[in-house]
Design a binder for this molecule. Sequence first.
Ligand SMILES: NCCCC[C@H](N)C(=O)NCC(=O)O
Length: 467
Amino acid sequence: MKEKAVTLLNESKTARWIALALISTTMFFAYFFVDVVAPLQSMLETDYKWTPEVFGMLGGSEFFLNVFAFFLIFSGVILDKMGIRFTLITAGLTMVIGAGLKFYALTPGFADTGFAAWLGSFITWVPASAKLAFVGFAIFGIGVEMAGITVSKTIVKWFKGKEMALAMGLEMAVARLGVFAVFRLTPIFAENGGPSNSVLWGLVFLCIGFLLFLTYTFMDAKLDKQMGVSKLTTSPEDEFKLSDLKKIFTNPGFLAISALCVLFYSAIFPFQKFATDMLASKLNVDIKSAAAYVSFFPIGAMILTPFIGYFLDVRGKGATMMIYGAVLLTVSHLIFALVPAESFGVVTAILTIVILGTAFSLVPASMWPSLPKIVEDRYLGSAYGAIFWIQNIGLLAVPILIGWALTASNPGVSEQIAAGVEGVKYNYTVPELIFAGFGVLAFILGFVLKFVDKKNGYGLELPNKKK
Ligand SMILES: NCCCC[C@H](N)C(=O)NCC(=O)O
């Protein structure tokens, strides 16, 4: 009997770009929420008595459960075992719940409760609002990282052998647009209702994002149904096994790319959280103008990432791109650290941000499409989970390290700001040198990755698109 040929949904260009648009828009809202209070450091210090250490801890709390409770590893396993639809819905709901808690922490409704009084009664240098916000943000962190790995695996499912790096680049571009939007909109929201108003808007956006994930799951179900028709069964060797985790953590390519990932991103996302205040003090401008300059950072990355993705699809050179990215990362942080404030004008600031934005396109655009070349598809979700877990260790520790370095290298400044003394600013030389140090190490790791690639033949320098 002849089997009826089925044209898979992912063979349709329109269908796969619609699928990409749905999941990417949710990532736009997710990234918006990640940095929703990033430009409000000094407002939080004045209104809520959050010191730079407390602010740094908030940045780290996003990753706390992922790292210490191994949620990212679980998320990867859940993704491989339970599939894309279940994991996307779980991720979307988790983000909404965590964001809701963070919003509540900043409201007067919470400040007036006995619970707030109890939370404020221990470790008193961390205000009750911050403690509850940490919990909310840690729960949100589980959701956003789970969403990140699921979206990556979803793109591989729809685009492998086609425009995979371009699609990943576009998804990241849309997510970066969320970061741009946050630096533009959050100060405006906060002007009309304080930081809690900004967080409320972030929460509303996440609810819309959840609905978009839900809509996508219908497309995913249709594709799976078609794949079931054409594949009939999955053989046992194609199924994920827990022992695959060992294979991931002993794969030299995976280890090299993970080390590069944690070093690179440690000089990107934690920087983003401190960048507004750093530029405000270095340029001697108000927070709103500084936030507007920082917004060029994700915008630069947003514009370039899809082009680099396209280049990788047709030409390759993924490992080399990561090395170039590490060089630009180091150069830009050295400029922030070493050019004296007198010679550091708006033009230098924007140019340096553009250099950093270029690094922020080169590395992610080449890193994420490289992973499917290093590990097998059946444990790809777990591999994304594991690399994000390693990365999250850095993203958790580095903001705390930077907050501490900032206070230690600026004795007495934190106390004066909390007391409302006008015109007092931090000097960011030491934190910026730390970021530059990560760049140097990432550069070295880039060469290690190239060596490992040559030895194991992963094909990281080869194009993604099948001719
Ligand atoms: N503060 C956002 C953290 C997202 C981290 C995520 N694990 C990730 O690396 N995503 C890829 C990217 O380049 O944004």
